[in-house]
Design a protein around this ligand. Structure first.
Ligand code: KG4
Ligand code: ZN
Length: 342
C-alpha cells in the first residue's frame, strides 16, 4: 500500500512554504520569501509578513501542485505550522490549512515549527535516530532539544535567553555596514579574516553561568562587545578590519553552539546530533560541529541548506511522521499559538 500523501504549509515568519511528502520522500517544495520587503527595515516586520503570506499562499500551493505532479484532491492529510511564530503570519497558514482540510474532508495536523525543523532531515537522510540531540539555530530561534520521539517527546534542554544566533549575525552585520540578512555577508567577509584576531566573549560559559544555564545561550553580550570594539577603533580614527571582526565573531558563535551541543550529547548519552535552521548554512559552524562530533564519537546529521531554512517540506515531513505513528489529528478549531512550547 502506498503511504499517505501529506501537504505541508509553513507561514510562521517571512517564508511562505508549501510542499508534498509521501513517507519520507519529498515530492515538491516551493518557497516564496518576503525577505526583500523586510530588508530596508533591518528585520522582519510582522504586518508586512502577514500580508505577503496572504498574497503568496494560493500561488505557492498551485506551484507546489505543479512541481509535485499532484492535485489537491490526491492529498490524504494537511499539515500546518500552528506555532511558535508571528501570530498574524501563523494565522494565514492555519486558516488556509483548515479550509483545505475541511473542503477535502481530510485530517488536519497542526505541527510545532521547532520539531518540524528537526524533522526536515528525514527527507535527506531517512528515519531520525531516536534519541537525538537537535540544535536549532535561525533568525528567530536558538534551541537545544532532546528528541526521544519526534511525534510526542521533544524536550527543550536550553534556548537563548536574549537574541537568537541569526539575529546576532544580522545585528553585527549592521554594525559592520553589511546588508540584511547579515549571515551570508558576514560569512563572505569572514572568509578573508583571521578567526583568532579578536577574542570575543562566549556567552553563558563561565562556571557560575553554567550552574543555571548549562544548555542556554546568550548572544547580546557578544553583540555589545563587537559594537564596543568597532566604536573604539572608529573613535581612534583607525580602520575597522571587517574581515577579522566577522571571522572572530563567527568563531565565538560557532564555538559556544557546538560546545554546548556536544556537552548535551555527552550528558544524555546520545550518539547523534542534528543541526538545522538558517544559520546552519554557515560553513564554519558546520565544520566545527563536524570536528567536535568526530572527536566526541557523535554522528552528525545536517540537511542540505534549503531544508535548514523555513519551508513547507519540514512541515509535511513532520505531518507524515504523525500520520505514520498514528497520532490523533487536530480539530478544525486549531488555534495559532505564537509562543507554543516545543
Ligand atoms: O531559518 P531562517 O532562514 O529563518 C528564520 O529565522 O526562521 O534563518 C535566517 C537567519 C538570518 O538571521 C540569517 O542572517 C542567518 O539565518 N543566516 C546565516 C547564514 N545564512 C543565513 N548566518 C550565518 N551564516 C550564514 N551563512
Ligand atoms: Zn524556522
Amino acid at each position: 500500500m502506498t503511504e499517505p500523501l501529506i501537504i505541508g504549509i509553513e507561514s510562521s515568519c517571512d517564508e511562505t512554504g508549501v510542499a508534498f511528502v509521501r513517507g519520507n520522500t519529498l515530492l515538491g517544495d516551493v518557497v516564496a520569501s518576503s525577505v526583500e520587503q523586510h530588508a530596508r527595515f533591518g528585520g522582519v516586520v510582522p504586518e508586512v509578513a502577514s500580508r505577503a503570506h496572504l498574497e503568496e499562499l494560493i500561488p505557492t500551493i498551485r506551484r507546489a501542485c505543479e512541481e509535485s505532479g499532484h492535485r489537491l484532491a490526491d492529498v490524504d492529510a494537511v499539515a500546518v505550522t500552528s506555532g511558535p511564530g508571528l501570530a498574524g503570519a501563523l494565522m494565514v497558514g492555519v486558516a488556509s490549512a483548515k479550509a483545505l482540510a475541511w473542503a477535502l474532508d481530510k485530517p488536519l495536523y497542526g505541527v510545532n515549527h521547532l520539531a518540524a525543523h528537526v524533522c526536515a532531515d528525514v527527507l535527506d537522510h531517512g528515519p531520525l535516530p531516536e534519541p537525538t540531540v537537535a540544535l536549532l539555530v535561525s533568525g528567530g530561534h536558538t534551541n537545544l532539544l532532546l528528541v526521544r520521539d519526534i511525534a510526542s517527546d521533544v524536550v527543550e534542554l536550553g534556548s537563548t535567553i536574549d537574541d537568537a544566533a541569526g539575529e546576532a549575525f544580522d545585528k553585527v552585520a549592521r554594525v559592520l555596514g553589511l546588508p540584511y540578512p547579515g549571515g551570508p555577508h558576514i560569512e563572505r567577509a569572514a572568509a578573508e579574516g583571521d578567526a583568532t584576531a579578536i577574542r570575543f566573549p562566549r556567552g553563558l560559559t563561565s562556571r557560575k553561568d553554567l550552574e543555571r544555564h548549562r544548555f542556554d545561550f546568550s548572544f547580546s553580550g557578544l553583540k555589545t562587545a563587537v559594537v564596543r570594539w568597532v566604536q573604539e577603533r572608529e573613535r581612534a580614527g583607525e580602520p575597522v578590519p571587517v574581515a577579522d571582526v566577522a571571522a572572530s565573531f563567527t568563531e565565538a558563535v560557532a564555538d559556544v553552539l557546538t560546545r554546548k551541543a556536544i556537552d548535551a550529547c555527552r550528558e544524555y548519552g546520545v550518539g547523534d546530533l542534528q543541526i538545522g535552521g538558517g544559520v546552519t548554512a554557515n560553513a564554519r559552524l558546520r565544520a566545527l560541529a563536524q570536528e567536535r562530533c568526530d572527536a566526541a564519537g557523535v554522528s552528525l546529521r545536517v540537511p542540505r541548506v534549503r531544508l535548514c531554512t523555513d519551508n513547507g517540506a519540514m512541515v509535511a515531513a513532520l505531518g507524515s511522521q504523525l500520520v505514520q505513528r498514528g497520532l490523533a489529528p487536530s480539530s478544525l478549531d486549531l488555534p495559532a499559538d505564537s509562543s507554543m512550547p516545543v
